[in-house]
Design a protein around this ligand. Structure first.
Ligand SMILES: *Cc1c(COP(=O)(O)O)cnc(C)c1O
Length: 421
């Protein structure tokens, strides 16, 4: 536990006394602390955790690769050992906290490591409720790994939040949700889930990967923890694997901080440096992702080569009203069912010139994939059917290229793929 993350602490997570507060300048603007009350999103994205280096004046805080740090006297240090904390990671964590309107931010070596570390805060014998179409890796961890920690999970459809009341048990501790979900972009009402969960004394964790804090801040809606695969929009350039979490709950934060060090699934300083650079343009990228995705979704919806389109920004989305209430924008992910079968979909995916056939999402470049045979191939066919992941469902991660070019590309690939049906 570092003073910046827990200003009241006198010892670290291992019980070691903290140094008498060496100043941590990282969360300071030129004239004082960076505060989410005082600055807009773009200002925070650029300045939180990014004050010039006082030692050299470097406008961009340098990459600090050292694994260990000189102590002035035994136990008198700003940083001790790089797994526990290091300058690039604490800068990034300050930025994450500011953007998610949280007191505490944390970075991990992947989104999956973030999930695992948070589930490790629970005692053996705990019960977790997860939304049913949660990210595949989260489902796998809850289903195949968490059992050995003594944690049992119920997967529940939370389109109707009242379903939550029926599955709460004596030992339920946590509700895990994701909104919008992947790849069918279903929404969960964060405020309603949080109020029902809090009545029952449960924590709520929200995977906010698909929207980023630019479009949705779950802590403001009542959630207790927000998590991301920073591999996606936060880093935004498809060149870092990383996860982050944020919370306003001090007790939870100290457990997470302890486990971050004890489990040690931490990102490298270089990855933190890269991710922070990515975050500085998050607001610009998200605006363009959403504008392009809206154009693409409207084009697809008007096309007679397409069966159906799923995008929260379309009036045809069954939860469009909730989307408008809960989100500040509709994001960059669009899913659609091409007219035809899996072969039609495969032809489309081979014939786009700008959309690259690949897994993952959230980078500046447009990607496309076939969930039934790629990201969601691990689900049983009945599960895929139940979720609407049909063999002709294509998922697009709409990038920030010129929208006209993306639409021209989609038009030619649709024409070519469907004409061979
Ligand atoms: C990719 C992803 C994850 C997992 O993150 P990694 O960084 O790949 O470990 C978790 N949740 C969502 C919604 C994702 O898209």
């Amino acid at each position: 536990m570092s003073p910046a993350n827990n200003p009241g602490a006198t010892t670290d997570a291992n019980g070691v006394p903290l140094a008498a507060a060496a100043p941590r300048y990282f969360t300071q603007a030129h004239d004082g602390p960076i505060s989410a009350d005082r600055y807009g999103f773009g200002t925070l994205a650029i300045h939180a955790g990014a004050a010039p280096d006082p030692a050299t004046g470097a406008v961009i805080p340098p990459l600090s690769l050292s694994t260990t740090f000189k102590q002035r006297a035994v136990g008198d240090f700003v940083y001790e050992y790089s797994r526990s904390d290091n300058p690039n990671r604490s800068n990034l964590e300050a930025a994450i906290a500011a953007l998610e309107h949280a007191k505490h931010g944390f970075a991990f070596s992947s989104g999956s490591a973030t999930t695992a570390t948070i589930l490790n805060t629970l005692q053996p014998g705990s019960h977790v409720i997860s939304v049913n179409d949660v990210y595949g890796g989260t489902h796998r961890y809850l289903n195949k790994v968490a059992g050995s920690l003594g944690i049992e999970t119920s997967f529940v459809d939370l389109a109707n939040v009242e379903n939550l009341r029926d599955v709460v048990r004596e030992n339920t501790r946590l509700v895990w949700i994701e909104t919008p979900t992947n790849p069918t972009l279903r929404l969960v009402d964060i405020a309603s889930v949080s109020s029902i969960a809090h009545e029952a004394g449960l924590f709520v964790a929200v995977d906010n990967t698909f929207l980023s804090p630019y479009f949705q801040t779950p802590l403001d809606l009542g959630a207790d923890i927000v998590v991301h695969s920073a591999t996606k929009y936060l880093n935004g350039h498809s060149d870092v694997v990383m996860g982050v979490a944020a919370t306003n709950n001090d007790a939870l934060a100290s457990k997470i901080r302890f486990l971050q060090n004890a489990i040690g699934a931490v990102p490298s300083p270089f990855d933190c440096y890269q991710a922070q650079r990515g975050i500085k343009t998050l607001h610009l990228r998200m605006r363009q992702h959403a504008a392009n995705a809206q154009r693409v979704a409207e084009y697809l919806e008007a096309s007679d080569l397409v069966d159906s389109v799923i995008y929260p920004g379309l009036k045809s989305h069954p939860q469009h009203e909730l989307a408008k209430r809960q989100m500040r924008g509709f994001g960059g992910m669009v899913s659609f069912r091409i007219k035809g079968d899996t072969h039609t979909a495969d032809r489309f995916l081979q014939r786009t010139h700008l959309f690259t056939l690949a897994e993952s999402l959230g980078g500046v470049e447009s990607l496309a994939e076939l969930p039934a045979r790629m990201t969601h191939a691990g689900l049983a066919p009945e599960e895929r059917n139940e979720l609407g992941i049909t063999e002709n469902l294509i998922r697009l991660s709409v990038g920030v290229e010129d929208a006209d070019d993306l639409i021209t590309d989609i038009a030619q690939a649709l024409q070519s793929a469907v004409s061979e049906n």
